[in-house]
Design a protein around this ligand. Sequence first.
Ligand SMILES: C[S@@+](CC[C@H](N)C(=O)[O-])C[C@H]1O[C@@H](n2cnc3c(N)ncnc32)[C@H](O)[C@@H]1O
Ligand SMILES: [Zn+2]
Length: 412
Amino acid sequence: MNREKLDVDFPTELVREGEVQILVPKLSAFVKKLGDYAPSKAPVFYNPKMELNRDIAVLATQAYQRTVNREISICEPLAGCGVRGVRLAKEVKGVKKVVINDINAKAYQLAKHNVQINGLKKRVTVKNMDANLLLASHGAPHKRFDVIDIDPFGSPVPFMDSAVRAIRDGGLIALTATDMAPLCGVHPKACMRKYGGNPLRTEYCHELAVRLLIGCLAMTAAKYEMGIRVLFSYSTYHYVRVYAALKHGAKMADESIKSMGYVLHCFECFHRETINKPFLEGYGGKCPKCGSKMGFAGPLWLKEIFDKRFCAEMRKEFGNKTFRNIYGIHKMLALIGNEAEFDTLVTYYVVDDVCDKLGLPTVSSEKVCEALKNEGFKAIRTHFNSRGIKTDAPAEKVMQILRGLCTKNDKF
Ligand SMILES: C[S@@+](CC[C@H](N)C(=O)[O-])C[C@H]1O[C@@H](n2cnc3c(N)ncnc32)[C@H](O)[C@@H]1O
Ligand SMILES: [Zn+2]
């Protein structure tokens, strides 16, 4: 193979991820003191901890390709060392071309090298420009991409408009957001500025974060007369991730807007409710159950955040793969597959938080689910929180069941 010489002035090492080998900055060389976050100290970005995020991207992109059943084009406009784009080109079947881009010249060099060492030069193009400029140059109908994967530092919002304009009708947009402090309500003003919605520091703030990000995408797409269909989404402690298909048409956009609304929450008695309207009409600010002041989150996306068939397709693809983190992915796909069956349930209860507030010893989530189901309610575990339960039971019923399960406790 005729390899161009790589000339970088920092220590590197070869790592394996999925089915590719990737030259990355030698992270250990950039840790100067305890607590240093090596990926952001290195001259080119590579975060080995995001492997699961990339594994899932491979599965979702393959599931999407199978669904459309034709060759697809992919753009990764914020690529760092190129690991994600290279993996998508190598591991997803039916990919005709991938465009990898990064504004950092050293990242561009490394990504080009990684494309080369994986024998992908014919199908993968590497660019070194501003992501918005790149996407804008693909806004014309015949130049648009089937899949655009936005995986930035922090918020994907600065790239959302240009991604929406560069996606073809029916195409797939994937978004990562790592700015959890705004999305989970630590910095509500920043969330309002960026995502156009109010967050709330509740025990289910990670689900709200996903819904705020989706809501922002829906409203961005609506400006260009496009509607969205969410295929898959999830959160981890560090980030949220959303996969949505975009469909052209004013009616589709109007439908998306109808999926927007608010979540009202009482911090005193755990009561919560949704308002599926664009404005907070009828919101008196008082909890109908206990009279305390209620908080609100939104406007945000209230409808489906997973698609049952797409989840099943991803699980099928997973069966053909040998990822490093098999257990973690299996668990996530199983939980989300189940959640997709009960997608009308918005928010969840965290057993430990409710027990704590009631002064009860904590109990097993399985037992709580079982007790709720015995009383005729829906009850499932959620990937959002290992102690979280989604149910259609009202808060007072959840509390009653928890008290019942803890009868040995003197206080109750
Ligand atoms: C979180 S890293 C990308 C990680 C990569 N997607 C992965 O899976 O490993 C974000 C990257 O965006 C690049 N970047 C930041 N602003 C940019 C812009 N305006 N245009 C293009 N690249 C940009 C940074 O240089 C950095 O490499
Ligand atoms: Zn209340």
